[in-house]
Design a protein around this ligand. Structure first.
Ligand code: FDM
Ligand code: MG
Length: 218
């Protein structure tokens, strides 16, 4: 008998500042899981393909202006509209890998000056990631990567402020949900070096999880 058949898929989230290599590593992990015969799905946040996602995209490209609270709630609504599909996939044994999640939502909005508790609330009760990998890279390296500066939040001062908020988010995750739920990853080195580092950290949760899907901040 296959012990993994009774398990649900793991929910793994990648977080980090802009141009730290998240999207590359998310794709590499999905590929590697599939190569090993596991079912995996990539979920990008913001998901710019939905109606809400298109409003977010216009805002990020500075084609539209929006009140800070309003855009914060749209980012959260964009997660809620995807939540049922995430749960369904996890329950059917698919590993879901998210490229950003609620933690970006809090860190970026709080960095703009919105109250931290306000930023936290709208995502309450979303599916809880089983593991969040927080990729870190020195700002000098990220800023030199191509395309840095194209979108709204890609300034050195905004990235620095967001880095500080991510540290507070990490504290919230570990104090409310446990140390095992948040892991910082050094994202410097070659793509393959970082991918191997991540593979080692993902470890056995890629074989599936026993137990229910948790609820964020609950
Ligand atoms: N971002 C992302 C937020 O401000 N709030 C959120 O909830 C999410 C998911 O959007 F600067 C920011 C982070 C980043 C920008 O993200 C677009 P991508 O990963 O570059 O698409
Ligand atoms: Mg970006």
């Amino acid at each position: 008998s296959d012990p993994s058949s009774s398990r649900r898929g793991a929910f793994i989230v990648f977080e980090g500042l802009d141009r730290c290599g998240k999207s590359t590593q998310v794709s590499k992990l999905v590929e590697r899981l599939e190569r090993e015969g596991r079912k995996a799905r990539l979920q990008k946040f913001p998901d710019r393909t939905t109606a809400i996602g298109k409003m977010i995209d216009a805002y990020l490209q500075s084609k539209a202006e929006m009140d800070d609270h309003a855009i914060h709630l749209l980012f959260s609504a964009n997660r809620w509209e995807c939540a049922a599909a995430i749960k369904k996939d996890l329950e059917s044994g698919i590993t879901v890998i998210a490229d950003r999640y609620a933690f970006s939502g809090i860190a970026f909005s709080a960095a703009k000056g919105l109250p931290f508790d306000f930023c936290l609330q709208p995502d309450t009760s979303l599916p809880l990631p089983d593991l969040t990998l927080y990729l870190t890279l020195p700002q000098e390296v990220a800023s030199q990567r191509s395309q840095f500066g194209e979108e709204r939040y890609e300034t050195i001062s905004m990235q620095q402020a967001t880095r500080e908020q991510f540290a507070l988010v990490a504290q919230q995750v570990t104090s409310r949900h446990g140390e095992s739920k948040w892991t910082q990853v050094d994202a410097s080195g070659t793509i393959e070096q970082v991918a191997d580092r991540i593979w080692g950290l993902v470890g056995e949760i890629a074989d599936g999880i026993e137990g229910d899907i948790g609820r964020l901040w609950v």
